[in-house]
Design a protein. Sequence first.
Length: 49
Amino acid sequence: MDFLKEMIGFFKERKKLWLIPTIVILLLLSILIIVTGGSAIAPFIYTLF
């Protein structure tokens, strides 16, 4: 949790708040790929991209 607090503080200090949605979307996509990587749903997820 300290890492997230420091990262958000960095974004506020450097006025880079526009990066937060980009990082959140990248994290969500990576979690989706990791979770569905070994399942039977994987071929259907990959057709979306």
